[in-house]
Write a protein that binds this ligand. Sequence first.
Ligand code: HEM
Length: 352
Amino acid sequence: AYFADAQGSAAPMKPEQSQVGEDRPAEQQQAESQGQKEADTPLQDFSPATTPKATASNADAPAIPSFTLQEHLSSSESEDEDNLPPPSFPALNSAQRASKPAASPPSFTMSPPPQPNVMAPTSNGSMAPPSKLSPSPSLMAPPPRVSASSLRPLPSASASQGISAPATGLVPPRGPAAPGLVPPRGPVPNRGPVLNRGPPTPNGSLALPPSGKPSVTKIPNARNKVQLTPGHSPLDWANLQRSNTNLSGVSSLVRVTPSMLKFMNGRKDKETGKMKDVWSVYQGKVYNISPYLPYHPGGEGELRRAAGKDGTKLFMEVHPWVNWENMLGECMVGIFVSEEQPPTKSTLEDMD
Ligand code: HEM
């Protein structure tokens, strides 16, 4: 009985919809021209049997929605909606239907009114095109506000770090001065020539000093220079070399063998009990560096590291720019020879 009643109630709607604007009185046609929303209200009032029939099909007759749904799906494919009954969902008197235009696509009737409209664009974005959404702002799904740029990780690299790193590598690794400390033993690290002989910066980099501070920052003994005792400045050494004082300790140049060099190490002689001179070899030439010890800017201890040895490698590692030949010219003892070539008096005289 309900099925027949629903069919019978749905049938009169066809002529109602098709007769809009044709058989109704003139005052209703005039009301339709004022707007669609106003036109829907007299349309429902004009056929009061429509609302209870839709309610009965949803609540009391479970077979009717399935029949209406199938018919509705087939109609959406053919896109011929003029001669079809209204969709069973949403209800005819619901707010969703009232906010929709009369010719809204029936695809929204498949889902409950509020949830699909909100979830559809966020889930896949393709189920509900924006043009077919309800014109009511309250029922429209929020647009996707998450932009692609906000999801990307922010760049964390700092540009300032890439500037100071290479600059520090250009400076030889010279540690800060430590007066009074025992100089480290072992090979001296390669400090290399310093191109800029200006005052050292506090951090050892080539970057400009911070503004506000004086450009010349005094760091005492930043290059491991020792505090020379009074009267032992480089100028004092230069004056001593010009004084015709015998600084070599020998009357003439001699051929120095490795055993001789090793013996002259500046320590106490066990036989005589006297302090021996310090001989060192620099590029094949033997020098008595004993008188220069208190004048060495790097300290007596550093200079003694080459005592009785070939100090060329140590010298070049520390300060290859130093003109040691001029500085130690008066200290030259002779030439360094092997043990197999014992020195002869004639050979030494030929050197002169
Ligand atoms: C007899 C040969 C040597 C002479 C004539 C000599 C001379 C000098 C001079 C002139 C300086 C000052 C350099 C400057 O102000 O730029 C100096 C500094 C220095 N020397 Fe020597 N030196 C000699 C051997 C050595 C040896 C064998 C060592 C290490 C084993 C050494 C270690 C140093 C150190 C650590 C400094 C201070 C740091 C520096 O100025 O770079 N020197 N030396």
